[in-house]
Write a protein that binds this ligand. Sequence first.
Ligand SMILES: Cc1cc2nc3c(=O)[nH]c(=O)nc-3n(C[C@H](O)[C@H](O)[C@H](O)COP(=O)(O)O)c2cc1C
Length: 186
Amino acid sequence: MDAMTLLHERGSMGKLTGPAPSAEQLDALYRAALRAPDHKELRPWRFVEFSGAGLERLGELFAEAEFHEDPHIDDAALNAARKKPLRAPMIIAVIARVMPDEPKVPRVEQVLSAGCAAHGLLLAAHAQGLGVMWRTGRYAFDPTVRKGLGLDEQDELVGFIYLGQLGGRHRSLPEHDPADFVERWS
Ligand SMILES: Cc1cc2nc3c(=O)[nH]c(=O)nc-3n(C[C@H](O)[C@H](O)[C@H](O)COP(=O)(O)O)c2cc1C
């Protein structure tokens, strides 16, 4: 796939099946993520990769988050939370590891850089024919989940990148006209 086709046609896939990406595919994914634009080369990124029993541990963390939110929650809702990560054979949590004492690189820039790293993962997954979807949901902002994944107060959980084989067809590409979004000063 040539680069412009990839940029113009990238899409998400919510239906994901196994197997998880191979070690070689993952290496290519992370190399793409690590090419994110990065002011002052802070490398404000951290990735946590979940597969197999790791997905179940993440599900337990989601259930714990629900329980903290509502100690009277019923078992069905707890089980639904547990199952959320099992929608893919692999998830990569992308974390902005923010360095607070960088006067020239404000927090927002470091978080944006981590967002670009996440986009790098998406593009590299699509380029390799994998299915991929960026999700946050409420768990990305939940204190129990943040603590469980070892985030510091200034860090941001930019997203959970769900990865696997394509379990369906990509939806048809939406038609967007650049003119609707671009203002030109010339
Ligand atoms: C930061 C971020 C968080 C997102 N979180 C969710 C989510 O929790 N659930 C969801 O269905 N889509 C979420 N999305 C949107 C999907 O990843 C996807 O981009 C959207 O469905 C449009 O599909 P497309 O990527 O094929 O254009 C999120 C996107 C971004 C950028």
